[in-house]
Design a protein around this ligand. Sequence first.
Ligand SMILES: Cc1ncc(COP(=O)(O)O)c(C=O)c1O
Length: 414
Amino acid sequence: MDTEKLAIDGGAKTRTQAWPTVGKRFGEEELQELREALDQNTLFYMHGGKTKAFCAKLCQTTGAKFALACSSGTASIHAALKACGVGPGDEVITTPITDAGTVVGIIYEGAIPVFADVDPASYNITVDTIAARYTSRTRAVVVVHLQGNPADIKPIVDFCRVRNLRLVEDCAQAWGAKVDGQWVGTFGDVGCFSLNDFKHIGAGDGGAIVTNDEGLYRRAWLCIDKCYDRVRSSARGLPFCAPNYRITELQSAVAIAQLGKLDRIVSRRNELGRRLVDGLGKIDGLIPSKEAPGAYPTWWFHLIGLDPAKLGANAKVLGDAMRAEGIPCGSGYVAPVYLQYEFFRTQAAFNHSTWPFSNGPVPPYGPGYCPNAERVALECLNFPLNQWLSEQEIDDTLAAAAKVTAAFRKRAGR
Ligand SMILES: Cc1ncc(COP(=O)(O)O)c(C=O)c1O
């Protein structure tokens, strides 16, 4: 089979047009909300109306009974775990392919992160990989819906329910993602969201918590506000110690306007993702991210798996070839956090102490602990899918991928 000369070898580029830049995210809607927030003459979340309105709108949008807003996605996960009763000596099972924000709260509460391996095709943890890490010390599971692609959550809910484990959903990358029409974040005990500047919607920084459990809601509220009970009394007994993870009225004002735009943002990402996944599935040697049954992904980005045996090249080489064709994809995603973060190796998370690792058996953090995660997150292309792309960018990506893979398959004699 003859193949076209690759751009990296001096051939013509698949795409010569500039790639679309990020469009305008904030406008009149945010300005109007911000003006109203300032006119309140207070920016404190309990005295103004913006945080309350944002939480009400979030309940309405997600279908959850209760919502709280806080200072970040990291804060939301920390507060959720604390509200769920996670504490010293406990183990919390989570994914190794994630942001630090998923594990920080586990460690701050004195628990030990235990990593379940990922499904190599979806990059998410599964009920089977969680079960393989379950012990009598397991208190909770934190599932991350990576890329905005829902994990296969229903079997995980059942697994946790039977064992009386708390289930926290980290939806920082998954605004608007659903399974069988139901928002991720509403399957487990608590759902956590990020409003940092890079997510589907943002307020500079910020976070949100949703739950259907009133007890967890009340406790999570204490966990984001220094344990001050703002509703029942001003007498401050402070039954436990909690940080200040409060949001401000300015962030909530922006978040209200952003939530109003969410539907358009996520439906466009889902639509473009569908086109990408369907096209990639037809190219020999490429593996689009697998979707769980009933999933409605809202792609924060899209990881394209590679079959090195067929292509005879790694993500760096194939990524260089794609970029030379005019497609701005990255090579690989993040390494497992237990290999990336020094404190897993040194166990020096808190100055001159090895707490909380000194509390219990330390998992074998190091190469070989989660083999799929160690392999697949580096052996993929990271495609920056977003709502500003058109069908043309997806089609050019597919054309470049077909050209590059054909050339590499030929070189590999496949
Ligand atoms: C999966 C995941 N969890 C948690 C976080 C933490 O969110 P934040 O940056 O708002 O603290 C992020 C942020 O990138 C994330 O991607």
